[in-house]
Design a protein around this ligand. Structure first.
Ligand SMILES: [Zn+2]
Length: 276
């Protein structure tokens, strides 16, 4: 890895209400309910303005998904980016962890950006969406309009399909296939002043996944996955190795504790912007 350092912000933009923890983390029957935060990441280095995921916009079919999944609290990701001085046309690249609507739903707002998604993620959704209706549970978190947006970007040669692990995809930024939650999920490793930081995508939904239900270090799978338990645990282990067991270098996008290890730099309508 090169010694390019990234300036990284975690941007909260939505929150669910009274979501069952057992519906998120397998076996967390004692977890009660939580107002789960939703976030994405802005990473900047010389010449690059990169989003890791985009959140979702509450317009068109995106609004219907927010309703379906009970996400009453929301602020536009574009409003939050403007707070950091970033306009949509400034974004050079969008790295998507996976295609779920809450990670990819804002993609259409960045018509100039190159998009980077695992080939397996993109192609597996093509295949899953074509399955008969009895398989609908696999794609219930997928907004087909988001896949259409990626397809349209491919016609403009703005969609890069990443094939597995890639060191220095951009200087100081590594991509790692972390399948399980989805079939072509990826996580991102960024070189920062804090050391190598992992943006976990949805490979990890909460600390219990990596620390264990009893803080015993026995990995816990997610409660919602299209892929296998085995793949999920391997992805969690690869993340644990990348952060060398140091949880202060882990960014969980749905962190129910709201990133206590990061610095809150701004709060807008109750949504935080945190600096890594
Ligand atoms: Zn997801």
């Amino acid at each position: 890895m090169t010694n390019t350092l990234w300036d990284v912000h975690v941007i909260e933009y939505a929150r669910s209400k009274d979501q069952l923890v057992a519906g998120i983390i397998h076996g967390a029957h004692d977890g009660g309910v939580v107002d789960l935060p939703f976030s994405f990441v802005l990473a900047r280095s010389a010449g690059k303005v990169v989003l890791i995921d985009t959140g979702f916009l509450r317009e068109g079919s995106g609004a219907a998904f927010a309703e379906k999944f009970g996400i009453p609290h929301w602020i536009s990701p574009l409003t939050m980016l403007a707070e950091l001085g970033v306009e949509p046309d400034d974004v050079t690249d969008v790295v998507l962890s996976h295609a779920h609507f809450d990670h990819m739903g804002g993609l259409g707002a960045y018509p100039k950006a190159k998009i980077h998604l695992q080939k397996k993620e993109y192609l597996s959704w093509m295949e899953i969406l074509a399955l008969p209706p009895q398989f609908a549970v696999l794609s219930e978190i997928i907004n087909p309009d988001d896949i259409r947006t990626a397809y349209d970007a491919s016609l403009e040669h703005r969609l890069n399909l990443v094939d597995g692990d890639h060191d220095d995809y951009f200087p100081g930024l590594d991509l790692r296939l972390g399948e399980g939650h989805t079939l072509g999920q990826q996580f991102v490793i960024l070189e920062t002043e804090r050391g190598r930081v992992v943006v976990a995508g949805d490979c990890i939904y909460g600390k219990r996944n990596i620390c264990g239900h009893n803080n015993d270090g026995v990995y816990a799978p997610l409660a919602n996955a299209a892929g296998s338990t085995w793949d999920q645990l391997k992805a969690i282990d690869n993340i644990n190795k990348a952060i060398e067991g140091d949880l202060s270098r882990l960014i969980i996008l749905h962190d129910s504790d709201r990133w206590p290890h990061l610095d809150l730099v701004k709060e807008i309508e109750g949504f935080g912007i945190f600096e890594v």
